[in-house]
Write a protein that binds this ligand. Structure first.
Ligand SMILES: Cc1ncc(COP(=O)(O)O)c(C=O)c1O
Length: 377
C-alpha cells in the first residue's frame, strides 16, 4: 500500500506508451534540419503549448528541464544572473524545498541579501511580513504553492498582487506539489515563473518544466549548444517533453480531489483522537497530504512498523542533511521538542482505495497499542 505520492508516483501506462512511441518513431534530434528533425521539433513545440495550456495562466513561455530541481535553479539563478543590475535583494520563505533554499544560500555567498519569511504553526507565511520585507531593490521573490513536507497551501494570488503592486520584483512559485491538483486560478495575479515536475504526476522521472511570462529575461545556468531558447543546453529529449504533456493532461482530467479531501478528513479525525499524536497543518494543508507527529518516537520507527505491514509512508525529514534529524520545515513551524523527531507524511494518489485508508488506520492503532505497552525505540 503506497502512501508516498508526494515523493514520487508510478508512471502511468499511457504516459509510458507516449514516451516509447516518441522514442522509437519520432526519435530525431529536434535541432536537425531534415524532415524527421522538423517533425520532432513540431512535437516538442506541441508538447510545450500543451503543458502551458494545462497551467491555464498568463505564462506563454516555457523550457523543458530534467525536473523540478533544475527548473527551480534556472528560475532563481537564471533570473538573478540576467537581472542583477536591477537590485541585489531577494526574498523567499523558511520552508522551501532544498532546490530553492540552497540556490538562495549560494546567492548569499555572491553578495546578494536574502530575507526568509517566517511561517506560523501551520507553515503559512504572513502577507504583512511579505509586504514589510519588500524593498525598492528586491529583485525576486520565491514562494512555493504547496509545501512538500506538511502540505501547507500558500496564498500565491495574494502574494502576486502585493509583489506586483508594491515592488519591481517578480514572483517565482515552486508548484511541484500542486500542479494538476490545486490550480493557481487567478490568471491576473499569478506568479511570473512557475516550476513543474513530471514524476509527481505519474510522468516519467527526469522531466520538468519552467513556465514564465513573455517579458521575463533569463540567463542559462549551464553551457553548451544553446538548445531550448539558449536557456538549457544539451539535446532536448522530445520523449520526455511529450510524456510530460500527456501526464499533465491526464492529471488535470483525472485528479479526484474530493475523494482525497474525504480521506484526509477521515485521517485528521482519526489522528486527532490519538493521545501523543499531533496533526500538522490541520487547516492549511492540501487535501492529499496528511502529516502527523508522534510524541517521543522517531518517524523512522513508525515508518518501519508500517512497512512491516506492507504500508509505505515517509518521514518528513528525508531531505534533511541536518545532524539533528529535524527538517527545516519542522523547525520553522516550531513543533514542540518531544514531537519533532516523530513526523511521518502520508500522501494519497489516484490508485488509492478506501480499504487502504482503513488498513492504515488499523496498523496505526496497533502501533499505538504497542507503544502503550512500552515498546519505544
Ligand atoms: C516542492 C518540491 N520542489 C521541488 C522538488 C524537486 O523536484 P524533482 O524531484 O523533479 O527534481 C520536489 C521533489 O520532491 C518538491 O517536492
Amino acid at each position: 500500500m503506497y502512501f508516498d505520492h508526494s515523493a514520487t508516483t508510478k508512471t502511468d501506462e499511457r504516459v509510458l506508451h507516449t514516451f516509447m512511441e516518441v522514442s522509437t518513431t519520432y526519435f530525431s534530434n529536434p535541432a536537425s534540419l531534415h524532415a524527421a528533425g522538423k517533425q520532432a521539433e513540431k512535437l516538442l513545440e506541441k508538447a510545450r503549448s500543451q503543458v502551458l495550456a494545462t497551467l491555464g495562466l498568463e505564462l506563454t513561455e516555457g523550457v523543458f528541464t530534467s525536473g523540478g530541481t533544475e527548473a527551480n535553479n534556472l528560475a532563481i539563478l537564471g533570473y538573478v544572473y540576467a537581472n542583477q543590475h536591477k537590485g541585489r535583494h531577494l526574498l523567499t520563505t523558511a520552508v522551501e524545498h532544498p532546490s530553492v533554499l540552497h540556490a538562495f544560500k549560494y546567492l548569499e555567498t555572491q553578495n546578494f541579501t536574502v530575507d526568509y519569511l517566517t511561517v506560523d504553526s501551520e507553515g503559512r507565511i504572513s502577507l504583512a511580513e511579505l509586504q514589510s520585507f519588500l524593498r525598492p531593490d528586491t529583485l525576486l521573490v520565491s514562494i512555493m504553492h504547496v509545501n512538500n513536507e506538511i502540505g501547507t497551501i500558500q496564498p500565491i494570488a495574494e502574494c502576486a498582487k502585493i509583489i506586483h503592486s508594491q515592488s519591481r520584483a517578480v514572483l517565482h512559485s515552486d508548484c511541484v506539489q500542486s500542479f494538476g491538483k490545486i490550480k493557481l486560478d487567478d490568471e491576473q495575479n499569478c506568479p511570473d515563473l512557475v516550476t513543474l515536475s513530471g514524476h509527481k504526476i505519474y510522468g516519467v522521472k527526469g522531466s520538468g518544466f519552467l513556465a514564465y511570462r513573455k517579458n521575463i529575461r533569463l540567463h542559462a545556468i549551464s553551457y553548451g549548444g544553446g538548445q531550448e531558447k539558449n536557456l538549457r543546453n544539451g539535446t532536448v529529449s522530445v520523449p520526455h517533453a511529450a510524456a510530460l504533456a500527456k501526464a499533465a493532461r491526464l492529471q488535470v482530467e483525472e485528479a479526484n480531489i474530493q475523494q482525497f479531501q474525504q480521506w484526509r478528513d477521515e485521517l485528521v479525525q482519526f489522528f486527532s483522537g490519538i493521545e501523543d499524536c499531533l496533526v500538522l497543518a490541520p487547516q492549511a494543508s492540501a487535501p492529499y497530504i496528511v502529516t502527523v507527529a508522534f510524541r517521543h518516537v522517531t518517524g523512522e520507527v513508525v515508518v518501519n512498523f508500517l512497512q512491516e505491514r506492507g504500508i509505505f509512508v515517509s518521514t518528513s525529514s528525508a531531505c534533511s542533511s541536518k545532524k539533528s534529524g529535524v527538517s527545516h520545515v519542522i523547525e520553522a513551524i516550531r513543533l514542540p521538542k518531544d514531537f519533532e523527531k516523530g513526523v511521518i507524511r502520508i500522501s494519497f494518489g489516484k490508485d488509492q482505495t478506501t480499504d487502504e485508508i482503513h488498513q492504515l488506520k488499523k496498523a496505526v492503532h496497533q502501533f499505538m497499542q504497542l507503544l502503550k505497552r512500552g515498546i519505544r525505540k
